[in-house]
Design a protein around this ligand. Structure first.
Ligand code: LRH
Ligand code: MN
Ligand code: MN
Length: 387
């Protein structure tokens, strides 16, 4: 099923995993813990390394600062390398401290804006030590009530703050601005959509790009269109993959709507987003509230791989011929043929040929790792979504 070209394309795929997926999480009603949950960054890295060891897909772990904080960053990088992984994107955090109640970069008080900027300079300092390329910024800034804030001035403050930070971004680094249409603010959000993120990063320069979190759109939004547009504009920096039924559910990518994931990844292929030169970073941003976390992450990267493989099977010549002939149903049939192809047996073979387990879910379950960490990691506070 996979020719040499497709096999080679699959071999290039990398999906960054988020450190916070390995901690306990939940809803505001209850956080359910799992035995063996990591107590510190090193244990989160060790768990993430299991995902890579079983799938070959996840060589990098994204950190959230200061949830993930150590005294010796170089030591952490070395430890990660021993585990067979590296440190990827650094995510900043201006959404948990009291002083950011009314915003950070878009706050009306210049002192609060200053501290938010300083926090990001600290993040850049961490990146310089970890060798990370991307500083990912998601802001909880917004208002709850009409009239509460000056929407227009807040955009200007946001632009000023971003511009100061961008001035410190290194030559091989990027500033990545994530958008989200609501939550925690319910009336307006200062970076609610791709257009605002695009306008803000475009004003900064080439090394500022947009992050598309798949869970951050209103129901019914045509996300693949946004993907196509951002790639066209050269501004799709990264994905935060997850899936949603209702709001920002942070469920396993591809779980709610596999066809949507296929359509998104098709636009990635169409726009050259799988080519290294595009610079698109594929990341998960998920929480595993009730399921085991490591298998949840393994399932997630496999879902992305499966849908990627299906998009690689789209017969582009036949699709284009049908499109050019105005053959509506013919074009749709070519597209759907690829989507409906079960690539799992071929992927199992492909994995085995590369010395990976044919069935990573089973191999991990059989490894006894979960039982081992449950026994070893006693005492200390388990980390949760957050610290
Ligand atoms: C916000 C968000 C953002 C944060 C992460 C924990 O909803 O998607 O990416 O960094 O969740
Ligand atoms: Mn996100
Ligand atoms: Mn989110």
């Amino acid at each position: 099923m996979f020719n040499e070209k497709i096999s080679a394309q699959l071999a290039q795929q990398e999906i960054e995993v988020p450190s916070w997926a390995y901690g306990n999480s939940g809803t505001r009603f209850r956080v359910f813990g799992t035995p063996g949950t990591p107590r510190n960054v090193r244990e989160k890295l060790a768990d993430a390394a299991q995902v890579h060891a079983h799938t070959g897909l996840a060589p990098k772990v994204s950190l959230h600062y200061p949830w993930d904080k150590v005294d010796d960053w170089k030591g952490l990088v070395e430890y990660a390398a021993e585990l067979g992984v590296g440190i990827g994107t650094i995510n900043s955090n201006t959404f948990q401290d009291e002083e950011y109640k009314l915003g950070s970069f878009a706050h009306h008080d210049a002192g609060v804006r200053r501290r938010a900027i300083e926090h990001h300079l600290e993040c850049i300092d961490v990146m310089n030590q970890t060798g990370s390329q991307d500083l990912k910024i998601w802001l909880a800034d917004g208002t709850n009530y009409p009239g509460q804030g000056d929407l227009r001035r807040r955009q200007d403050w946001l632009a000023e703050s971003l511009s100061e930070i961008y001035g410190h971004i290194g030559e091989h680094q990027r500033l990545v601005l994530e958008y989200k249409f609501f939550e925690p603010s319910f009336y307006h959000t200062d970076v609610p959509d791709w257009g605002t993120s695009y306008a803000q990063v475009t004003a900064l320069g080439d090394r500022a790009v947009v992050c598309l979190d798949t869970g951050h759109h209103a129901p019914g939004t045509n996300i693949e269109f946004i993907v196509a547009q951002l790639l066209r504009l050269g501004k799709l920096g990264s994905f935060d993959f997850n899936s949603r039924f209702y709001a920002d559910d942070d469920l396993i990518v591809g779980a709610a709507d596999p066809f949507q994931l296929f359509r998104i990844l098709w636009e990635v292929r169409r726009g050259g987003g799988f080519d290294e030169a595009s610079g698109v970073v594929f990341m998960l941003d998920q929480c595993h509230n009730i399921e085991d976390k490591i298998p949840g992450q393994i399932r997630s990267v496999l879902n992305v791989q499966e849908m990627t493989a299906r998009t690689l099977l789209v017969d582009v010549d036949a699709l284009e011929a049908a499109q050019q002939a105005g053959d509506v149903l013919g074009a749709n049939a070519v597209f759907m043929d690829a989507f409906y192809t079960d690539v799992r047996p071929a992927l199992a073979e492909w994995r085995e040929s590369r010395g990976l387990p044919a069935d990573p879910m089973r191999a991990f379950a059989d490894s006894g790792y979960l039982a081992r960490i449950a026994e070893e990691r006693v005492g200390g506070a388990q980390s949760s979504w957050g610290a």
